[in-house]
Design a protein around this ligand. Structure first.
Ligand code: GLN
Length: 475
């Protein structure tokens, strides 16, 4: 065996477990040892859980007795973002506000992973409440990018991405409201999937933007991402926005895919070497028999503005309950107003407060028509444009990000940070599934930094994403 157990993919580890080349305990211990050794430097995990002896033993027995029919995730150590509830464990969303909150139930995705026999290694760092693109907004310190520790791993699921990329676990769950799975996947050389809105239950996910949020995998390969997606997806009575399979048109997967490229969006703002990597990858896909088509998505240029109105609006509503009275960090002042103000000032970080203020403003009676309703209308137009584009294309391709991972502190101006989300946010606004896959590296200060190619597909066409993903992986 050349690879260390913690360096394996889900598929490789599942095979080794069944072939008795490896035990569940050895696999779990290899990941835990790597995590304990590297976490002090990377800060990918906010907490590493003690070994769950019962779960380890149960997984081993299941593999030994069920063999090939045991779920592929049985005995596989995963990392879980700190905004997804695991019963009895802290879930803080990397906020001081929820520092001492212990989950009283399992998120539906966690329950499904437990049913499949997966193991949980720990909870991972993130931007507070999942707002941000760098994991610098965590109340518990930033996470470092394993490819260059002077740089961010992306965000908000930066802890999950760093943990998988540094081989501290086999795969991880993140959440994606505007790119928080796909952008860190691109920055750390991983595969990241944002499923169709409603494909995966949000029950037990600490809400950020409820009309945008989806839970999804960060994994080393497309196949691993698919295995996790198939395990966690499905309609759930605890989340009324979940959708049954086949709600949208079931599309045939053509052998040769038509890849839509909105060239007009790539004219400026994308680093030259990132664009080169993108064009080279597309060139290879053409050689492999796929075709390129031009698509026009004119409203995309307003997507960022629409997102940064709708998302803060939903944030301000979702976080209203965290006031030190009903939930969260509580400070007692001289007056009732002091109680609220002090609890929220101490409990929330700067970015969270900025979004709550912005969201409250765009929903206020004088401004809701000018901002929130306009943004919502732009969202509807955007979706129509994508539906139109999908009449001539099977997938739409962009680079996942305009640049590779940036240095800590480089984007301290919030607007410059928001601009980096330009390519990922549309999939959340339209509810369509999207996948980021590595497309090589670019060099910065003598370091090779991963970059990603991003594919969007029509609603519920995750299978098309896995097909193009595997085609890209195989280039
Ligand atoms: N970077 C985006 C934001 O700050 C997306 C965050 C996310 O997907 N959770 O809102």
């Amino acid at each position: 065996m050349t690879k260390k157990p913690n360096e394996m993919t889900i598929v490789e580890a599942a095979r080794a477990l069944r072939a008795r080349e490896l035990t569940v305990r050895e696999l779990r211990d290899a990941c835990a040892a790597a995590a304990h050794a590297k976490n002090p430097e990377l800060n990918a995990f906010l907490e590493l859980f003690p070994a769950d002896e019962r779960a380890i033993e149960a997984a081993q027995i299941r593999i030994d007795t069920e063999k090939e029919s045991a779920p592929l995730l049985c005995g596989i150590p995963l990392a879980i973002k700190d905004n997804i509830l695991i019963e009895g464990k802290t879930a803080s969303a990397a906020s001081k506000m929820l520092e001492n909150y212990k989950a009283t139930y399992d998120a539906t995705v966690v329950k499904k992973l437990k049913d499949a026999g997966a193991l949980f290694l720990g909870r991972t760092n993130m931007d507070e409440f999942a707002m941000g693109s760098s994991t610098e907004h965590s109340a518990f310190g930033a996470t470092k990018n394993p490819h260059d520790t002077l740089r961010v791993p992306g965000g908000s699921s930066g802890g999950s991405a760093a943990a998988v990329a540094a081989h501290l676990c086999i795969a991880a769950l993140g959440s994606d409201t505007g790119g928080s799975i796909r952008q860190p996947a691109a920055y750390t050389g991983l595969v990241g999937l944002k499923p169709t809105y409603g494909a995966v239950s949000r029950s037990g996910l600490i809400a950020l933007g409820s009309s945008l949020d989806q839970i999804g995998p960060l994994a080393k390969t497309v196949e691993d991402a698919r295995i996790i997606y198939e395990t966690i997806h499905g309609i759930d009575s605890l989340d009324s926005t979940t959708i049954p399979d086949g709600l949208y048109e079931v599309r045939e997967i053509p052998k040769h895919l038509r890849i839509g490229v909105p060239r007009h969006l790539l004219k400026e703002g994308v680093d030259a070497d990132v664009l080169d990597a993108f064009n080279t990858t597309l060139g290879k896909l053409i050689t492999a028999g796929h075709t390129l088509v031009d698509v026009d998505l004119p409203t995309s240029s307003h997507a960022l503005a629409a997102y940064y109105v709708i998302q803060p609006a939903e944030v301000s509503t979702n976080l209203a309950r965290l006031d030190g009275m009903r939930y969260g960090h509580a400070v007692r002042g001289n007056t009732l107003l002091d109680d609220y103000v002090d609890s929220r000032t101490e409990g929330f970080g700067e970015e969270t407060r900025r979004r709550v203020l912005l969201g409250t403003f765009v929903l206020s009676s004088g401004y809701i028509d000018a901002y929130y309703r306009k943004a919502d209308a732009a969202r509807a137009v955007l979706r129509r444009e994508y539906d139109e584009a999908f009449k001539v294309a099977d997938v739409i391709a962009f680079p996942t990000t305009p640049s590779p991972a940036f240095k800590f502190g480089e984007k301290s101006d919030p607007l410059s940070m928001y601009l980096g989300d330009i390519f990922t946010i549309t999939a959340n606004l339209t509810g369509m599934p999207a996948l980021s896959i590595p497309m090589g590296t670019v060099e910065r200060n003598g370091k090779k930094l991963p970059v990603g190619i991003h594919f969007t597909a029509p609603h519920q066409a995750e299978n098309i994403l896995f097909t193009i993903g595997q085609a890209t992986e195989g280039l």
